[in-house]
Write a protein that binds this ligand. Structure first.
Ligand code: SF4
Length: 322
């Protein structure tokens, strides 16, 4: 079993019975009701100015590319698009898994598009990206889970732009041969998100397995040491701090280098409800704790997502020898 690590004295995460309505703010965030509960002040931000968003939107439309920013209704989309950055989502926009937190469409998977790697590379080139993040829907219908398509995207982006590449992959059903196919592209960062604590997997990641995801991360760390290994967790789904600490300890036990911790926000009423809004000071405390546990880099804050400022994050991780 997974070892126990450090017990925090911080209070147990407590559900507040929040309901999420579909009311949208100017930042496309959900509002929490009833009982007068609304988004806490730290989750309200002004919209960015400038026309970078239009550039990014138009380019993605022209090249017929999907992003997780759009499909997952990421709250950082205005900021990231205005900075002319995005996380490309390949292998179609129909996911084969029904995760309870995620708004990426589920349904009949689409045929692979052979020119998609080149279109991703072209977009990355025109956006001037120096760190390109590529993710995908989960494709359990494909024999390799889409691994070779990932590899082709990495190669195409590197050839066209010379940029560093970060992949955020599914678990490939634990098939390490598929993981190795992705790693044949030698991405600078391999990211696979655990998303939440094992007790919540049934609701949050119905077809996933906590141990299997840990094994994927451990396999990459052991067999592809040239790449940084990264994962991310959403907070506020009902996890306790003890459970969270156990997960961080498990991650260190498989050698995970980089960690992101962010606030879960329900994309719609049909998705898992937010149980708690974690205050910024608690995110700071968790970051410090995780660093003490040995992670080389930790990004922790309400708006942190696995790809948020990913380039700066990876550069810091390299600089600190993660
Ligand atoms: S944080 Fe990541 S997913 Fe969200 S908008 Fe930015 S690049 Fe896209």
């Amino acid at each position: 079993m997974f070892m126990r690590y450090h017990r925090m004295n911080a209070q147990k995460l407590s559900g507040e019975g929040l309901m999420i309505t579909s009311t949208r703010t100017s930042l496309d965030l959900v509002e929490a009701t009833p009982a007068g509960k609304r988004l806490p002040p730290w989750l309200k931000r002004p919209l960015p100015s400038g026309n970078g968003q239009f550039f990014t939107d138009n380019l993605l439309a022209e090249l017929r590319l999907e992003t997780v920013c759009d499909n997952a209704r990421c709250p950082n989309r205005p900021e990231c698009y205005s900075r002319k950055t995005a996380t490309f989502m390949v292998l179609g926009n129909q996911c084969t898994r029904p995760c309870g937190f995620c708004s990426v469409p589920k349904g009949e998977p689409e045929p692979l598009e052979a020119d998609e790697p080149d279109r991703v590379a072209e977009a990355a080139f025109r956006m001037g990206l120096r760190h390109v993040v590529i993710t995908s829907v989960t494709r359990d219908d494909l024999p390799d889970g889409g691994a070779d398509h990932f590899r082709q995207c990495i190669v195409a982006v590197r050839e066209r732009t010379g940029a560093a590449v970060e992949v955020l992959t599914p678990d490939f059903m634990g098939d390490m041969a598929s993981v190795d196919i992705v790693m044949a592209g030698a991405p600078e960062v391999f990211n696979h998100n655990l998303e939440t604590v094992p007790r919540l997997y049934r609701r949050a990641r119905g077809k996933a397995d906590y141990r299997r995801s840990l094994d994927v991360l451990g396999h990459v760390k052991k067999n592809h040491p040239q790449s940084l290994v990264k994962t991310g967790l959403m907070l506020g789904l009902g996890e306790t701090n003890d459970e969270l600490m156990d997960v961080l300890a498990d991650l260190r036990s498989v050698g995970c280098d980089m960690l992101t911790l962010g606030q879960y926000l329900a994309p719609t009423l049909r998705h898992m409800a937010v149980e708690r809004f974690v205050p910024p000071a608690e995110f700071d405390m968790l970051r410090d704790l995780a660093l003490k546990m040995g992670f080389g880099h930790v990004a922790s804050g309400p708006f942190v997502r696995s790809s948020y400022h990913a380039g700066e994050t990876a550069a810091q991780a390299v600089a600190t020898g993660a």
